[in-house]
Design a protein around this ligand. Sequence first.
Ligand SMILES: NC(=O)c1ccc[n+]([C@@H]2O[C@H](COP(=O)([O-])OP(=O)(O)OC[C@H]3O[C@@H](n4cnc5c(N)ncnc54)[C@H](OP(=O)(O)O)[C@@H]3O)[C@@H](O)[C@H]2O)c1
Length: 296
Amino acid sequence: MVAYGSERRLTGSTGVLGVIGDPIAHSLSPAMQNAALEALALDYIYVPFHVNPLHVGEAIAGMKAFGIRGLNVTIPHKVAVIDHIDEIEPVAGLIGAVNTISNEGGRLVGYNTDGRGFLQSLKEEADREPPGQRITIIGAGGSARAIGFQLAVSQVERLVIANRTRGKALALAAEIADKTKCSTVGIGLHQLESYLPATDILINTTSLGMHPQVDTMPPVECGKLPSSALVCDIVYNPSETLLLRKAAACGLPTLPGLGMLVYQGAAALEIWLQVKPPIDVMKAVVKQELENCSQN
Ligand SMILES: NC(=O)c1ccc[n+]([C@@H]2O[C@H](COP(=O)([O-])OP(=O)(O)OC[C@H]3O[C@@H](n4cnc5c(N)ncnc54)[C@H](OP(=O)(O)O)[C@@H]3O)[C@@H](O)[C@H]2O)c1
């Protein structure tokens, strides 16, 4: 891409990256990734593609045909794309979902950077590492799967998965234990309270607390957690959820979801272009986009 003053222009050699999803219009990734590419002065553009589930195979084949260097994959395509790529990295294979595809000279390799993004946020923003930690995850959906498997292969001491639908918590806990040998427990939300005193890191992966239901939170009595317990919420809109406000009021350290969002995107950029992503630029853009959304 050629820069004229502050403007970037497409040329015949501009590389293409993007994101596929359905819907896609509200994705924050194009603003975040284009800001990063611009800050790094890279001749790439990042494009949102609205892909109907009926056309996932054609979209991925198109990646090869158009020479698209990399794609992020969002809801609802993270599982379906697996049938159309050439190779899958081990953790993404365990998770059974791909959120990043890298076109390595015509060979499509699938990754899952969601769990990796969470771990990076944990390390960089909360100064915590998984080994030896007793983790409680609330929720058993797609992001709980990604974070759960990533933590399970990162030497945590124990993983408790608590979910409204208890059967899903039991199934995910059993699958993680089976595939990784990590010690896991699956419980219903009503059993959560008894596990709080033995929790070092609590992670909300449910949509409770997310805009517009900002007055909701999972049933966590923060006073029952150890005083050093870290309370994380992967919900990033609002930036501070009711759960995090309650935890902070109890004097507990907290970790909001914006970091995971930024670090999962940063990990994709690293995979595609082997660059050091400009985290501060990416965070600032996402914050600004979220502020713009809340004003509209
Ligand atoms: N920070 C980031 O980068 C990032 C990345 C991905 C997702 N997220 C956020 O994470 C949240 C979940 O995403 P996901 O893709 O994992 O969703 P998902 O696969 O649909 O899973 C949703 C989970 O939330 C639970 N849940 C939903 N409503 C509930 C309620 N009223 N009470 C109790 N539990 C409830 C569900 O429980 P049941 O099984 O009982 O239905 C399920 O465990 C969203 O808010 C999303 O924005 C953030």
